[in-house]
Design a protein around this ligand. Structure first.
Ligand code: HEM
Length: 461
């Protein structure tokens, strides 16, 4: 997942698990010190392609992050593909262009299988983040075929739709417990800290089979690791993330050993079984992908839930319609299904991902060179009038709704069914309990652009 770091990466795969594909870590310094290209190869690949206009998107500007949609609309209309000289990347804003690039096997989330660190002008790996790099090298998000195909296939065998659906009742219980505890604090609470944030961690713990007594360990580990997803983390944070990765890996390894000895009905036992069948999932792959589930499944789901609460406040008719459905219909009714997709389209929790160009190609008149990076703004594609009728209108019944929020192609989100389930159970229970909830006027602060979520959201019941 993650940020728009600058060149100068440290590890085998360079940067922390980032939803934005690996670019270059800022770990070694600021823009001036990190942004050099030591080889002539990279000099050539990071040059603006001819015939492409130049533009700069203020992705770190809080006003832009709070409301990116009017700016993105202008870009789609006037400068749909442009070169950003600050980030040295090509930015793509239209739905069809993003979809075409996501389907094109000549682009990928990792580059090291086609170009070496030397060729890319990267410094040698940094021993201080070795555990982190090892984790990076073993999870599917930053692999490309054929490794990705093999490991994703194995993981998918354990992470089945029926396993996810089997969690529905348990998620309903977790949601009720969280709402009761939050309500006990009085007539208002922070929907981020008291509700949306603990939920995905508890659900992943349940899915993996982490014993209740150990669940408090997961959030601090995940928080330390995800610090590296954002732009501008410190050396201390990188080292803390490495320590968290070491501890988390050791924990999952020991849990996997226990499940190997005594299997249970949980994802770790299922992954262990996959590991022991003919097609093998190695111990390192098993550990790395369990950590990925927590990190990948955590932040985006929080932002999806709180974003939906804010969208309802801004669209009172949507709140009324869904509250009335929550009173009489189940959380898997058709109105909840279409509403969840529309929440995800309308305000995209992870607005932008990146790809490396793996071989030279021509795209819409631009010459893209191997080793170049392309930033794909899913949040912009999700509001493209050439794909969605009245894209700036929240249409609770929109169907079909082929939004890009879970990606497309090789890396399509493996957790999408779980995310949908969590969001529908959470929002249904919330509205059933508090049909007249209000989001009072308050300063809204977002976590960032790449993982775009509210830092807090006070709700009145
Ligand atoms: C609203 C919630 C979520 C959103 C918006 C989201 C979004 C995404 C996106 C866009 C990708 C593809 C990244 C790319 O194109 O470069 C992705 C991949 C992935 N997601 Fe999610 N996700 C969510 C929830 C979850 C959950 C709950 C889990 C797991 C428990 C999960 C696990 C993963 C994994 C493992 C991948 C990597 C798949 C691969 O590389 O083959 N996600 N997610």
């Amino acid at each position: 997942m993650f940020g728009m770091e600058l060149r100068g990466g440290q590890g085998a795969t360079c940067c922390p698990l980032r939803f934005v594909k690996h670019t270059f870590c800022k770990f070694r310094g600021n823009l001036e010190t990190a942004n050099h290209y030591t080889s002539s190869y990279t000099e050539q690949t990071v040059t603006k392609p001819s015939g492409v206009p130049e533009h700069h998107l203020p992705i770190n500007d809080s006003a832009f992050i709070a409301d990116p949609y009017s700016t993105l609309k202008r870009l789609r209309e006037t400068t749909p593909i442009y070169w950003d000289a600050t980030w040295k990347k090509l930015f793509v804003t239209r739905y069809d262009d993003i979809a075409a690039l996501l389907r094109d096997k000549r682009l990928g989330r990792s580059i090291f299988h086609v170009l070496s660190r030397d060729e890319l002008g990267f410094p040698p790996p940094d021993a201080r983040v070795a555990a982190f790099d090892h984790f990076q090298a073993n999870h599917i998000l930053d692999m490309e075929p054929p490794n990705h195909t093999r490991i994703r296939g194995l993981v998918q065998k354990a992470f089945t739709i029926s396993r996810v659906e089997g969690l529905r009742v348990r998620i309903e219980d977790i949601v009720q417990d969280l709402l009761e505890a939050a309500e006990a604090r009085g007539g208002a609470f922070d929907a981020v800290a008291d509700f949306a944030e603990p939920l995905p961690v508890l659900v992943i713990a349940e899915l993996l089979g982490v014993p209740a007594a150990d669940r408090h360990l997961l959030r601090p580990w995940s928080s330390a690791i995800v610090k590296l997803y954002e732009l501008g983390y410190s050396d201390a944070q990188a080292v803390a993330a490495n320590t968290a990765t070491e501890q988390f890996s050791a924990y999952i390894k020991s849990l996997a050993d226990q499940r190997r000895a005594e299997p249970r009905d949980d994802l770790i036992s299922a992954l262990v079984a996959v590991e022991e069948s003919d097609e093998r999932l190695s111990n390192d792959e098993l550990v790395a992908n369990c950590i990925l589930f927590l990190n990948a499944g955590h932040e985006a789901t929080v932002n999806g839930i709180t974003g939906a609460l804010l969208t309802m406040q801004r669209h009172p008719h949507v709140k009324m319609q869904l509250a009335s459905a929550a009173a009489s219909e189940a959380n898997n009714s058709s109105i909840f299904k279409t509403a969840i997709e529309e929440f995800l389209r309308f305000d995209t929790p992870l607005p932008m991902f990146e790809r490396w160009v793996l071989e030279d190609l021509e795209f819409r008149g631009c010459s893209l060179k191997k080793g170049m990076e392309v930033a794909l703004i899913y949040a912009s594609g999700n509001r493209d009038a050439n794909k969605f009728t009245s894209p700036d209108t929240f249409n609770i019944a929109r169907d079909p709704n082929p939004h890009l929020t879970f990606g497309l192609g090789t890396h399509y989100c493996i957790g999408a069914p779980l995310a949908r389930l969590e969001m529908s159970v959470a929002l249904h229970a919330f509205l059933k309990r508090y049909p007249n909830f209000e989001v009072p006027d308050q300063p809204l602060e977002y976590t960032g652009w790449v993982i775009r979520g509210l830092k807090r959201l006070e709700v009145k019941l």
